[in-house]
Design a protein around this ligand. Structure first.
Ligand SMILES: Cc1cc2nc3c(=O)[nH]c(=O)nc-3n(C[C@H](O)[C@H](O)[C@H](O)COP(=O)(O)OP(=O)(O)OC[C@H]3O[C@@H](n4cnc5c(N)ncnc54)[C@H](O)[C@@H]3O)c2cc1C
Length: 417
């Protein structure tokens, strides 16, 4: 029996657990989640490229697609809300997903689907005498890890200690597991700060996401889809010491900070300012990518955002988590007790895909955050030309959905569809 500890019940951790449990091998898996309950929160995430293939293999594609928010595209608007340029989804059935994917879903739905699927798979596996076992433990995290060539000794926040064959850090962009591996310098900041919160849906909100540019490298965007609430995104590329420090403060202090940054917004000002006052789901973060030469050290391996966060700019975070979980599970099953070979296989096979997933449009995000009103006019004019000539549609239809010719490896031992 291989004892596996996974830190993080977000998307990557449960996706790995599900794939391993479905394999039927005798894995004994524990998922510890720092939060006292499942963090089924967050805004829109999307499924793209090889992530669609893997979600299908795991039987997750249909439930995820069924919860699509039905976003129809994005409009760049002026202060009166009048569209200057509109980009739709690529629903031609050919080529690559557009800026807006056909499979835009709320993070809470994907987290919820994965959690329930893992529990169902674990219940089914309990009937097998030497089948896999899976348990979740909430409100618990790793406080110390020490490893030798044969296992990892873990000290937990509840005072208990255990030894595992493998420890997987699937604990997100600011991973503590990564910090314990002394890999603090792996986060590359793009210069962009984003905040997210929800407001009630207004009559003028449609399935079309809307994005308004403010001078001074700022944007405000709304996303509603078919939902009764509207997600608001505020972005700024002007870093100040106060803004940086505010991320460590409590939610109310952060809201005051973001209010001061956007109080001159000419589009739906009262709605957004009142929204900031009243929201309870405000969240702000630095947007960046995690880049590491190696995703494991000994028997501790990183997965998902903790290893290779591609950032929301690429729209590939969820896809990278699914693909990473599949490859890690596949390599573990393939190499059996030779865990070093499995982790090296994961590190080597997945890397070309992650390089593609982390690829950012040249000039982004700076190009999309002009400093002056003239810069905004120029950007919107360029976007208008591209949208009117349908250059984006032609481009997306010609490009393959899969990234970088990277073929999803076959792992017969996983016993998927
Ligand atoms: C609350 C939340 C909201 C998000 N909202 C968005 C969004 O709106 N748009 C978007 O594109 N992406 C969002 N993301 C990120 C998105 O989920 C990831 O980019 C992607 O899906 C990869 O998933 P992941 O499992 O690697 O990381 P995450 O989804 O970040 O999951 C990591 C999990 O680990 C847990 N955790 C953290 N530290 C520890 C620890 N020390 N021990 C145990 N558990 C720990 C976290 O609570 C979380 O449940 C959000 C993430 C979180 C946690």
């Amino acid at each position: 029996m291989t004892r596996i500890l996974i830190a993080g019940a977000g998307i990557a951790g449960p996706a790995l657990a599900l794939t391993l449990v479905r394999s039927g091998h005798d894995y004994d898996i524990t998922i510890v989640e720092r939060s006292p309950h499942l963090r089924a929160t967050g805004q829109q995430i999307d499924l793209r490229a090889q992530g669609i293939t893997i979600a299908s293999e795991l039987g997750l594609f249909e439930p995820i697609a069924a919860r699509s928010v039905g976003e129809s595209g994005i409009a760049f608007v002026d202060a009166a809300g009048k569209p200057k340029a509109v980009f739709g989804v690529n629903d031609s059935g050919k080529g690559q997903q557009a800026i807006t994917s056909e499979y835009e879903v709320m993070r809470e739905d994907v987290v919820d689907i994965l959690y329930n699927e893992t529990l169902n798979a674990a219940r089914a596996a309990e009937k097998l005498p030497n089948g896999p076992r899976l348990r979740y433990e909430f409100g618990k995290f790793i406080t110390d890890l020490q490893q030798d060539g044969f296992g990892v000794d873990i000290q937990f926040s509840d005072g208990l200690s255990e030894r595992y064959d493998i420890v997987v850090g699937a604990d997100g962009q600011s991973s503590r597991t990564r910090q314990m591996l002394r890999e603090e310098k792996s986060f590359e900041f793009t210069g962009l700060y984003l905040s997210y919160f929800s407001v009630p849906r207004a009559d003028a909100d449609t399935e079309l996401s809307k994005c308004f540019h403010l001078s001074g490298r700022r944007i405000i965007a709304t996303r509603t889809g078919n939902r009764s609430t509207t997600q608001v995104y505020m972005g700024t590329m002007v870093e100040t010491e106060e803004l940086k420090l505010s991320l460590r403060k409590d939610m109310d202090e952060q809201k005051v900070m973001w209010k001061s940054l956007f109080m001159d917004c000419e589009w739906q000002n009262k709605r957004f300012m009142d929204g900031l006052d009243n929201t309870t789901d405000f969240y702000a973060q630095q947007i960046g990518q995690v880049k590491m030469d190696k995703w494991y050290k000994g028997r501790v391996v990183l997965l998902g955002d903790s290893a290779y966060c591609p950032s929301p700019i690429t729209g590939m975070g969820t896809t990278a988590s699914f693909v990473g979980a599949y490859v890690l599970a596949g390599e573990l099953v393939k190499h059996g007790e030779d865990i070093p070979a499995a982790l090296e296989g994961y590190n080597k096979i997945l890397r070309p895909f992650i390089s593609e997933a982390q690829r950012v449009i040249p000039g982004a995000p700076w190009l999309f955050y002009p400093r002056t009103t003239w810069g905004i006019w120029l950007l919107q004019t360029c976007l208008w030309v591209v949208s009117v000539l349908r250059i984006d549609q032609i481009f997306h239809q010609l490009m393959p959905e899969d990234r970088g010719n990277w073929k999803v490896p076959e792992y017969p031992g996983l016993k998927l569809n």
